[in-house]
Design a protein around this ligand. Structure first.
Ligand code: NAI
Length: 247
């Protein structure tokens, strides 16, 4: 994959899947602006690792659910590099709980970060991409958005929403040379899933035909494919990277 000279904006790059996506895009030659919620040390580590790969990587602390923060994030990319070629909406949170006891604030927080955040970033980046008449948007959904999951009505709704957002935006932006696709990871080995109780992990493992957790790099490879030239005629698609979980 050759992304030399391209600019990528990645949300949630301080750890986990987002960090792997930053590193994979950097390895392919793209300069980066990435945001993170609060983990400055993690963000600095991502930036340093990207720099070692020979590209520029600028961390920005930002809440993707805040329109002013998102505006500043995109302005950082435009001021530094003059264009936005790739947007990866990766930032996400969970606030799990059963339907009958889930607090409204936990529902709203997850929708705000996972879905509204993706909407705000897509809207802001699309303006620039439309002027450029090219762009690649990759939204990170989830197997849970495809299948649902007990204890995650908020998260499942947000990730199913990301799929609707992806397909609708793909239809609106296709004539401008902009593709919008989604990657739906299965059960990936990150800090987000490390907090699951052992019993839940064992049950989940049993539902994965591949018999193992995915690694963040395996999601990053799919994202890089959608970002590259070989995916120019693919839009509005959802690629499950889940060891067969959603079959
Ligand atoms: P993580 O919790 O390790 O990292 C999340 C990243 O998002 C961090 O960099 C954090 O700073 C950032 N972030 C969180 N809220 C933010 C906000 N309001 N504004 C800006 N940045 C914010 O998560 P992980 O596991 O790397 O997941 C990444 C994405 O992949 C998420 O969208 C998640 O829902 C999705 N996913 C993860 C799976 C897994 O098994 N780990 C499975 C399916 C989807």
């Amino acid at each position: 994959m050759n992304l030399t000279g391209k600019t990528a904006v990645v949300t949630g790059g301080s750890r986990g899947i987002g960090r792997s996506i930053c590193l994979e895009l950097a390895r392919s030659g793209a300069n980066l602006v990435f945001c993170y919620a609060g983990n400055s040390a993690g963000a600095e580590e991502t930036a340093a690792e990207c720099s070692r790969l020979g590209v520029q990587a600028l961390p920005v602390q930002c809440n993707v659910a805040d329109p002013e923060d998102v505006k500043a994030l995109m302005e950082t990319a435009l001021n530094a590099f003059g264009r936005i070629d790739i947007l990866v909406n990766n930032a996400g949170i969970t606030r799990d709980g059963l339907l009958l006891t889930m607090k409204e604030s936990d529902f709203t927080a997850v929708l705000d970060t996972n879905l509204k955040g993706a909407f705000l970033c897509l809207k802001a980046a699309a303006r620039t991409m439309m002027k450029q008449r090219c762009g690649r948007v990759i939204n990170i959904s989830s197997v849970v958005g495809l299948r649902g999951n007990a204890g995650q009505v908020n998260y499942a709704a947000s990730k199913a929403g990301v799929i609707g957002l992806t397909k609708s935006a793909a239809k609106e932006l296709a004539t401008r040379g902009i593709t919008v696709n989604a990657v739906a990871p299965g059960f990936i080995d990150t800090d987000m899933t490390a907090v699951l109780p052992e019993s839940a992990r064992t049950a989940l493992l049993g539902s994965i035909p591949a018999g193992r957790l995915g690694q963040p790099e395996e999601i990053a490879h799919a994202v890089a494919f959608f970002a590259g030239d070989h995916a120019a005629y693919i839009t509005g698609q959802v690629l499950a990277v889940d060891g067969g979980m959603s079959m």
